[in-house]
Design a protein around this ligand. Structure first.
Ligand code: SF4
Length: 639
């Protein structure tokens, strides 16, 4: 194997080549030119502290294309993934395998947000509360705490992933006692952070990375300064994550938790401050009242719309006043113990944020998010490009942004503008799949406009006839729950194949059930458009109802579009279309996952053919053979 003379080590290109350890030791591994080139490019970027945006089509093998140069680089590299599941997969599978094959002792670690680790202090508190309904789970957690090395809840199989008990035994930045904690030395969160700081290659997720970058939430700002390079996989998600984390929020739950924790501390410390507990109850009632006045189902509302209501303004004012009183009482109680002092600091912080949200500021979008039981007051930056430039690009580290879907209509402009990465190097590796042979794109003639009343009925008929041809084996991806349920109701009892519908069981169970049944059909909304990998015949068809435009009534989208309009930019073409293109590419990307896969993509939205922006979508899809009639589809499947 050729050897790099500079470091006397094989380079990433050769490591992934026909004479490298992967080809020699991994059954079925085939060297791929795109993967090797990408690995070489990333190796250069890491060595030269440059910035790279790289799109790498499905099947290129991009994970190894960045893992191998990261492990070989001899530098400190952070790899950030889109979700915690991907983080686990990358760390336990890809990195573990690559490290073994490379035979190099590179120190690797994984770090998640603190809510993923068991908090020993809160476990003790929850146990001391003697609640018989949770006694069994708490005992299981105590046993597990004694056995686990990491305290990572993903490794605990005895207590269900979605059990409410986790809320009581994990910490957040508000209630962690930090250095004052009696369990500080054994704390799993701190142990994970220490390992993260010592690691050569550290795996995080985007949420943690940006929380850390913004010095909020995690209260731990040491990740980036210690690294030489950061590689972001699933980078198409970054504008959204950055938006969330460069903003701020106050939630009803935060206030309720503060009152709950204050009560616990007061019962323990007995500060004797008159009215403290009563004031907490008053605040809790205000929080409940605030949710109740909305009446609406969960959703997103502009701040302006909310402050148009007198009842909302009254409650907001009361909340500010009562929080002020509470903070004053907590200040008196604080000298009794660190727990109460921490509650006082939290009350002051919430008060300050409440004051911020009352300020009108053109750079910030203020809005309200309603969950089923609570509310969040949110402040989201109008744009994140400047913040990314200042906090990330200006750091001078090597940065790699990669995903299978970064371009729109063949250019990176949209991603670059959103992220402030104007001077980055750009690279693109196409998928090695033969889309002309492996796939077919069916855009039916004569479908009504998706905004017309008759659309759902026509779409239901279309789904039924397509499924007969493909014999099930399909994902039907919807842009709304309403459409999904309506189509389900119309097709009830009419399909000859097992039907799985989102919402009936957890996402992972639904996927397992789909994989376990031949000829199954799955109906899903946005969470099935991304990060789902079903290879082989089980998934031979993806049907999409509409172009995935976001709701124009969304307060954040609306505010951004208005701001663009004021700058003379066409918000629809420059903002909404590109975002919908990325989403469509993700949805369509579920179809062909392997070079043996064969599949049909059905797009039922006639606007692809009747509007001028339809072409941007079509140019952004892989080069599939296009038909507008079911006959060639029948012939193709028959063959
Ligand atoms: S330091 Fe914080 S997270 Fe760790 S055990 Fe104590 S309270 Fe829990």
């Amino acid at each position: 194997m050729p050897v790099c003379t500079r470091r006397c080590l094989p380079d990433a290109f050769d490591t992934l080549g026909p004479d490298g350890p992967f080809a020699a030791q991994v059954p079925g591994f085939k060297p791929r030119q795109g993967q090797r080139e990408m690995a070489r490019k990333i190796e250069q970027v890491i060595a030269s502290d440059s910035v790279l945006i790289a799109e790498s089509g499905t099947g290129t093998g991009k994970t190894l294309a960045y893992v191998v140069p990261a492990l070989l680089s001899g530098r400190k590299v952070i790899i950030s993934t889109g979700t915690r599941n991907l983080q686990d997969q990358l760390f336990h599978r890809d990195i573990a395998q690559a490290r073994r094959l490379l035979g190099r002792s590179v120190q690797c670690a994984m770090l998640k947000g603190r809510e993923n680790y068991l908090c020993l202090h809160r476990l003790k508190q929850a146990t001391a509360a003697n609640d018989s309904s949770r006694a069994r789970e708490l005992q299981l957690l105590k046993d597990w705490a004694a056995a686990t090395r990491s305290g990572d809840r993903a490794e605990s199989s005895d207590v269900a992933e979605d059990s409410p008990v986790w809320m009581d035994v994990t910490s957040n930045a508000d209630n962690c006692l930090g250095g004052e904690c009696p369990d500080y030395e054994r704390c799993f969160v701190n142990q994970a952070r220490r390992e993260a700081l010592d690691a050569d290659v550290l795996v995080v997720n985007h949420y943690l990375f940006f929380a850390d970058l913004n010095l909020r939430m995690e209260g731990f700002a040491q990740l980036l300064p210690g690294a030489d390079a950061v590689i972001f996989d699933e980078a198409h998600r970054l504008p959204e994550t950055a938006s969330d984390y460069f903003g701020s929020l106050i939630s009803g739950n935060q206030i309720a938790e503060l009152c709950h924790d204050t009560r616990d501390e007061e019962l323990k410390e007995r500060s004797g401050v008159e009215g403290l507990l009563l004031q907490g109850r008053r605040l809790e009632k205000l929080v409940r009242d605030m949710r109740l006045i909305f009446r609406e189902k969960p959703g997103r509302f502009s701040w302006q719309a909310c402050t148009g209501s007198e009842a909302f303004n009254d409650l907001l004012e009361q909340l500010e006043n009562e929080l002020g009183v509470y903070a004053g009482l907590l200040k008196e109680a604080a000298p009794r113990g660190e727990g109460l002092a921490s509650c006082w600091r939290r009350a002051e912080e919430i008060q300050a944020r409440l004051r911020d949200i009352a300020q009108d500021d053109a750079a910030t979008i203020r809005w309200v998010e309603l969950t089923r039981r609570s509310f969040l007051f949110r402040m989201t930056p109008m744009e994140v490009a400047d913040s990314v430039r200042e906090s990330l690009v200006a750091s001078g580290k090597a940065l790699v942004f990669t995903s299978a879907t970064l371009t729109v209509g063949g250019t990176f402009d949209h991603f670059q503008q959103q992220m402030g990465l104007d001077s980055a190097q750009l690279a693109q590796w196409d998928s090695p799949f033969d889309y002309q042979k492996q796939s077919m794109l069916f855009i039916p003639e004569n479908m009504p406009d998706p905004r017309d009343r008759g659309f759902v009925e026509a779409f239901s008929k279309l789904v039924k006839s397509v499924l007969q041809v493909t014999r099930g084996r399909a994902f039907v991806l919807f842009t709304s729950y309403r459409n999904m349920h309506e189509v389900e109701a119309r097709l009830s009892g009419q399909l000859d194949y097992p039907l799985f519908v989102q919402g009936r069981m957890s996402r992972s169970h639904l996927l397992d059930a789909f994989r376990g049944e031949p000829n199954a059909v799955l109906f899903g909304t946005s969470s099935f458009w991304e990060g789902v990998d079903v290879q082989g015949e089980a998934l031979s068809c993806v049907i999409i109802d509409k172009l995935p435009f976001e709701s124009p009534g969304d307060p954040v989208l609306k505010a951004r579009c208005t701001a663009l309009e004021k700058q003379g930019v066409n918000p629809f073409m420059q903002y909404m279309v590109p975002r919908a293109v990325i989403a469509l590419r993700q949805g369509a990307g579920r179809l062909i996952r392997d070079n043996q896969d064969k599949g049909l993509l059905v797009l039922a939205d006639r606007r692809l053919k009747t509007t001028r922006y339809g072409d941007v979508f079509l140019r952004s899809l892989p080069p599939m053979r296009r038909v507008d009639d079911l006959a060639p589809v029948q012939a193709w499947f028959g063959a």
